[in-house]
Design a protein around this ligand. Sequence first.
Ligand SMILES: Cc1cc2nc3c(=O)[nH]c(=O)nc-3n(C[C@H](O)[C@H](O)[C@H](O)COP(=O)(O)OP(=O)(O)OC[C@H]3O[C@@H](n4cnc5c(N)ncnc54)[C@H](O)[C@@H]3O)c2cc1C
Length: 395
Amino acid sequence: MDIQFNAEELAFQQEVRQFFADAWDEELRAQLHGAEASPNLKAASEEWQRRLNAKGWMAPGWPVEYGGIGWSVTQHFIFNSERGKVGAPAPIPFGVTMVAPVIYTFGTEQQKARFLPRILASEDWWCQGYSEPGAGSDLASLQCKAELDGEEYVVNGSKIWTSFAQAADWIFCLVRTDNSGRKQEGISFLLIDMKTPGVTVRPIETIDGIHHLNEVFFDAVRVPVENRIGEEGKGWTYAKSLLVHERLSIAEVAESKRNLEDLREYARAEVNGGRPLLEDPLFAKRFTDIEIDLMALEYTELRVLAAAADGGDPGPESSLLKLQGTDIQQAIQELRMDVAGYYSGTLQGELSASELGHEFADGAQKLHFRGRASTIYGGSSEVQKNITAKFVLGL
Ligand SMILES: Cc1cc2nc3c(=O)[nH]c(=O)nc-3n(C[C@H](O)[C@H](O)[C@H](O)COP(=O)(O)OP(=O)(O)OC[C@H]3O[C@@H](n4cnc5c(N)ncnc54)[C@H](O)[C@@H]3O)c2cc1C
């Protein structure tokens, strides 16, 4: 693969750099740093996404007719590399990366016209109603039920681990419309307005102390048939296509590169036993192992994206990227916490690590705890290994 940039690509890189220099300003940076803790997360993310959208860069991967840009793989690579370098977040994925591809691939013209522009403009926030108490890895066992009553479905049941349901306007939901055949059959894909009577959200506390997870309950919730994607009973097909997009977005190569660079800078400045930490053989070995893995992941991602650009959607290879990407994220978080040591914790009393002169350590432990979930959400690592073994390696 040739990754030497030509003159046009170098000009594009300049344009991207200029955009981030102008649009990713100090104020937004402060609001979205350690974002999930911020009470302003929604407003600040919307503002950031509006700036992306104003430039036409909210959904570069969508087909051009719906608001995408038709960038080459190299342009995507340049955009994401520059985004990673300045630490700017990708848009919140549930709308733009997850449900939108399902809507433009399988939805009606009316659904496309109704939902896609609102996703681009960040007017609707979405959440994902897949998992249930008895259906996580074995997602097809889901039991949240939808019964047809005239022109409406009546939905009863619950979802769990629903990220940001507390802030969402809409939920895309897998529901069971038929119990008679194989469990993968009889699942339908519904778009449900969170304001519909009978929808209740209950928070779940997590080890990082941040409220992002919820249970969502449906008590005789009436959903118009026009909010069903595709055919009744064929939701499993649409659900799997969404998971491919979800897993690609979880690999987060640009973010990991940035986090590793931060770690390198810190280790260069931090003196340990009379020399920079970066020269400590134990540290250097851990750091270099991660760096090599990340480089390999980046090339694998580019290969997958290049293949997809030639022949349509990425396939089960997204499982491989998710698996390796989240292992690397956790390795970086763990190394950062180990290096930050005492200051990464919450034990130092009322002063934050920054106030004690250790800005690098701020939130390291919280991030480490939060990061434990990345090998679970979007499908656990064991499940990604099963998919890779079966569909990529053909075992
Ligand atoms: C932070 C976070 C955010 C999430 N956000 C959302 C969300 O927004 N929407 C949503 O719908 N869901 C969400 N989830 C749920 C997530 O998708 C599930 O937790 C995940 O699919 C695993 O399901 P489970 O928790 O039921 O675990 P289980 O399926 O019970 O798995 C338990 C363990 O068994 C292993 N295991 C299970 N089956 C197999 C197998 N066949 N082979 C080998 N090992 C196996 C798993 O790897 C795991 O280690 C989120 C989860 C987390 C942690």
